[in-house]
Design a protein around this ligand. Structure first.
Ligand SMILES: N[C@@H](CCC(=O)N[C@@H](CS)C(=O)NCC(=O)O)C(=O)O
Length: 258
């Protein structure tokens, strides 16, 4: 710690107010509108990895919080995660929805887990977009038809379709990870985007032993403290949600434009 020199002391040996070094103002926390799902984990992991201060604002999607006007003003797609950074560009607040856009923003803001050189950044972007357009949506449909859809027997076509698609995607990931530790070479936001989904391989009807390189990557990822913390934010309300509850199902699965 820096010491106050005698020459900087005022009368009576006390440090003069004018010369007392100012304490750095702690950064204001980022608001994270969050519910514990694989899309939510992406951002909580990144915030933990970067050591950024943040405040979790639970968004109970089973109860319909995503349709509240104040949330829609931040996230017009009525989906979480979303963040509000009070210290955005130009020192002004900024609201961001879509987990991929949030990860890129935080990567640019901190200069971490999102390299600045074009070649390395393209590597990360490819795998981040691969997650956003493939692993996330296909695994999401796979969970839906395998676990939540009614009349499961009549839905065999959809179950097979998304289980096979997930199988294909794990194959893609396995080949990619055969000669590197992380999707873009070094650990990055692309890995953070994938971990929540890929850790649920059982729900997607997969046998992880078919994909040994993905399995090693999962072990590597889940051993990281920030990944563990980001995936274990306790939200009491979330622990009580039952997916067979009629009101929850109507909120989540019956959405139309109006
Ligand atoms: N592409 C979006 C997807 C977000 C998403 O689907 N979030 C879900 C939870 S995992 C949600 O908010 N669901 C609310 C609803 O279905 O109404 C992202 O990555 O941010």
């Amino acid at each position: 710690m820096a010491r106050t020199s005698a020459s900087k002391r005022g009368r009576g040996g006390k440090p003069s107010a004018a010369r007392t070094p100012r304490r750095p103002v702690p950064p204001k926390p980022i608001d994270l509108h969050y519910w514990p799902t694989p899309n939510g984990y992406k951002v909580s992991i990144m915030l933990e990895e970067c050591g950024l201060p943040y405040r979790v604002i639970p968004l109970n999607i089973a109860r319909g919080d995503q349709f509240k006007p104040e949330f829609l003003a931040i996230s017009p797609n009525n989906r979480m995660p979303a963040i509000v950074d009070p210290a955005g560009p130009g020192g002004r607040p900024i609201a961001i929805f879509e987990s991929g856009a949030i990860l890129q923003y935080l990567g640019r803001k901190t200069g971490r887990f999102y390299p600045a050189t074009e070649r390395a950044r393209v590597e990360v972007d490819q795998w981040l977009f691969w997650q956003m357009a493939n692993l996330g949506p296909k695994a999401g449909e796979c969970h839906h038809f395998r676990l939540y859809a009614p009349e499961r027997a009549t839905l065999q076509y959809a179950i097979d379709r998304f289980t096979n698609e997930c199988n294909r995607l794990y194959g893609v990931m396995n080949r990619r990870l055969a000669d590197r530790d992380f999707l873009a070479g070094s650990y990055s936001i692309a890995d953070m985007a994938c971990i929540g989904w890929a850790s649920r391989w059982q729900r997607q009807g997969q046998d992880i032993n078919e994909f040994p390189h993905v399995k090693r990557w999962l072990d590597r990822m889940l051993a990281r403290r920030a990944v563990y913390k980001g995936m274990h934010i306790w939200i009491e309300e979330a622990s009580k949600v039952r997916m067979d509850d009629a009101a929850t199902r109507a909120t989540l699965f019956g959405q139309r434009a109006r």
